[in-house]
Design a protein around this ligand. Structure first.
Ligand code: MG
Length: 207
């Protein structure tokens, strides 16, 4: 294990509070005081499939906008599947667009958002989908998610690539794809981003 607040020994550290060299698009971000402020889409240089992902975020302390315009960002696993980040502390929006939703697919079981400006955690266990050569789905993807230590998705079966305008459907992609952090116009802060691969998500199991 890592010391409190630090990554475990086998983790790929994507942001430790100092620099964003593990990412493309960092020139639009600001790193200060051990955290980074979102200013554009950020894409990891390394590609990942199955993983355990830890990240910490804080929506802007100064509350501006409403609905999807307040504290919006998001984590796109494999650049495809969005776990929504939003200020959902007393902020009404559509049910499958709130903080912790699998965007446009599934709302969180409970809303456990902290106040604007307060640090929050996501612990994600992600099983990447597998595809057959003809592009059909061999195994769907799955997401388990703890928000601030509370289980809000328990092995949710992904319906496909995140889309704002269409019903989700799968599009064949590589076994590993870069992680993306969304810029949606709001200066959301991030710190402590790390992940672990080799989680043996599909070993001995046929979903
Ligand atoms: Mg978003």
């Amino acid at each position: 294990p890592g010391s409190p607040g630090k990554a475990p020994a086998d983790a790929v550290v994507l942001f430790d509070g100092k620099d964003l060299t593990a990412w493309k698009g960092a020139e639009k971000w600001t790193v200060q005081d051990g955290y980074a402020i979102c200013g554009g889409n950020l894409t990891s240089k390394q590609a990942f499939g199955d993983c355990q992902l830890h990240l910490e975020f804080a929506t802007p302390e100064k509350v501006e906008g409403e609905g999807q315009g307040r504290g919006n960002s998001g984590v796109y696993l494999m650049g495809q599947y969005e776990v929504q980040i939003l200020d959902s502390f007393g902020n009404t929006t559509y049910f499958d667009g709130q903080c912790g939703s699998i965007y446009k697919q599934q709302p969180p079981m409970v809303n456990v958002c902290r106040k604007p400006g307060e640090w929050q955690t996501y612990e994600i266990a992600f099983t990447a989908p597998r595809f057959n050569d003809d592009g059909s789905v061999k195994n769907p993807g799955f997401i388990t998610l703890l928000h601030n230590g509370v289980l809000i998705h328990n092995h949710f079966q992904l319906q496909g690539t995140t889309s704002y305008t269409e019903a989700p459907k799968y599009h064949k992609h590589a076994d590993k794809e870069p992680l993306l952090i969304q810029f949606h116009g709001n200066p959301v802060k991030f710190r402590n981003i790390w992940l672990r691969e080799n989680i043996h998500a599909l070993v001995g199991k046929k979903p």
